[in-house]
Design a protein around this ligand. Structure first.
Ligand SMILES: *[C@@H]1O[C@H](CO)[C@@H](O)[C@H](O)[C@H]1NC(C)=O
Ligand SMILES: *[C@@H]1O[C@H](CO)[C@@H](O)[C@H](O)[C@H]1NC(C)=O
Ligand SMILES: *[C@@H]1O[C@H](CO)[C@@H](O)[C@H](O)[C@H]1NC(C)=O
Ligand SMILES: *[C@@H]1O[C@H](CO)[C@@H](O)[C@H](O)[C@H]1NC(C)=O
Ligand SMILES: *[C@@H]1O[C@H](CO)[C@@H](O)[C@H](O)[C@H]1NC(C)=O
Length: 357
């Protein structure tokens, strides 16, 4: 109870909504879920009027490795139905959101698991894997959880450095273009080396990157057409190899930019700078540059970053610094420094696709 209180208070004070994963490893002899412990927790939580959404289990596709006993898709589907009935019995949670299954490492057994589960997945489950989901429950939201630089807790001196951002930003871009609606980062604090803040709660490079992403990038993905490359990229996808460009509508929540603006984000893995000329309707627009580079002597290994040449740091314990863009005059060629990540808001494009939700 005390742990739940602490967790809930942390989320509540931070303005976050908590999704709590109940333990699915409590099993009866016939392998069905033993929900008695979950029920105690739900009752306690309801007595405190905690507004929580629920999930059942963590990476059920790995149970064979974890407990030497696997839970197949149809069993998990039945367990979810059992959980839904439990929630319905408790007034506070009768309409609570239910998420899952939370699946790590997409391998063949995951498809088998999901195919077993899908027939049970009515109601408000958020599911995974575009193909399977679209076959069984078209239109259902797909979330990807447990995403970090590496699944096994990351690597010392790498996962918390500027260098880790390349993979993280590319993952966000790729997943968005494949129709994943939400990516949940693993983790915020104190797990392996993948955390977003250090022991003193100071943001690490991936935090700043994620913050810029949230401020500048809306959910709608746009196709990219690039002239002057030897190999033709697939529209809307990564330009293969070392220069990767993604485009989205600018976030509607960002009130510095009117609707219809576009944000490009660019990963340059070349050891040389690259020049990009915006064409067509993008050509004569003012562009706001947000260039993230490592700060200090450690180079790509640095845990500090600078935005347009200014080191980023908290103003005080509760205040993020202003993320100041560098305006580029209309028509200017974008110059992308070597080994960097950057965002470019093309202002006032009035793009039809970005004017409406
Ligand atoms: C379920 O687990 C509880 C302990 O958490 C135990 O008391 C109960 O007997 C179990 N139920 C079954 C059917 O095994
Ligand atoms: C499995 O065991 C539980 C607890 O003993 C029981 O409530 C449930 O009906 C059993 N399920 C099946 C399918 O036999
Ligand atoms: C609970 O939280 C969700 C998500 O933030 C919100 O949509 C809902 O209105 C809240 N419910 C209550 C009863 O406050
Ligand atoms: C799934 O697991 C349950 C419980 O262990 C078992 O009764 C059922 O036959 C299994 N279903 C399939 C399709 O393997
Ligand atoms: C990580 O970096 C610190 C300081 O740069 C160094 O002292 C430490 O040995 C490094 N650890 C590993 C595992 O490379």
């Amino acid at each position: 109870a005390r742990s739940l209180d602490k967790l809930y208070n942390f989320a509540d004070c931070s303005g976050l909504h908590l999704i709590f994963a109940l333990n699915a490893l409590r099993r009866n002899p016939n392998n069905s879920w033993n929900s008695s412990n979950a029920l105690s927790l739900l009752k306690y939580s309801a007595s405190k009027k905690y507004n929580i959404s629920w999930e059942l289990g963590n990476e059920p596709n790995n149970y064979r490795t974890l407990i030497g006993r696997s839970v197949n898709g149809s069993q998990l589907g039945k367990d979810y139905i059992q959980l839904r009935s439990l929630l319905q019995l408790i007034r506070t949670y009768s309409r609570a959101n239910l998420y899952g299954p939370n699946i790590g490492r997409p391998r063949k057994n995951v498809i088998t698991l999901l195919e077993g589960l899908m027939p049970f997945a009515a109601g408000r489950l958020a599911l995974w894997l575009p193909d399977v989901v679209n076959t069984y429950t078209p239109g259902k939201k797909i979330w990807l959880e447990g995403v970090g630089t590496t699944s096994a807790g990351g690597m010392n001196n790498l996962s918390d450095s500027y260098a880790a951002g390349f993979l993280w930003l590319n993952t966000l871009g790729l997943l968005a273009s494949q129709g994943i609606d939400v990516v949940v980062r693993h983790s915020f604090l104190d797990h392996g080396h993948n955390h977003l803040v250090d022991q003193n709660f100071n943001p690490l490079p991936d935090y700043w990157l994620s913050l810029l992403y949230k401020r500048l990038i809306g959910p709608k993905v746009l196709a990219i057409h690039v002239a002057g490359l030897q190999r033709k990229p697939r529209p809307g996808r990564v330009i293969r190899d070392k220069l990767r460009i993604y485009a989205h509508c600018t976030s509607y929540h960002n009130h510095n930019y009117v609707r219809g603006s576009i944000t490009l984000y660019i990963i340059n893995l070349h050891r040389s700078r690259k020049k990009i000329k915006l064409a067509g309707t993008l050509r004569d627009k003012i562009v706001h540059q947000y260039l993230l580079q490592p700060y200090g002597k450690d180079g790509l290994h640095s845990k500090l970053v600078q935005l347009n040449g200014q080191p980023l740091a908290m103003v005080d314990d509760g205040t993020l610094p202003e993320l100041k863009p560098r305006p580029l005059r209309a028509g200017r060629t974008l110059v992308i420094p070597p080994l960097t990540m950057s965002f470019y808001v093309v202002k006032n494009v009035n793009a039809l696709a970005c004017r409406y939700r």
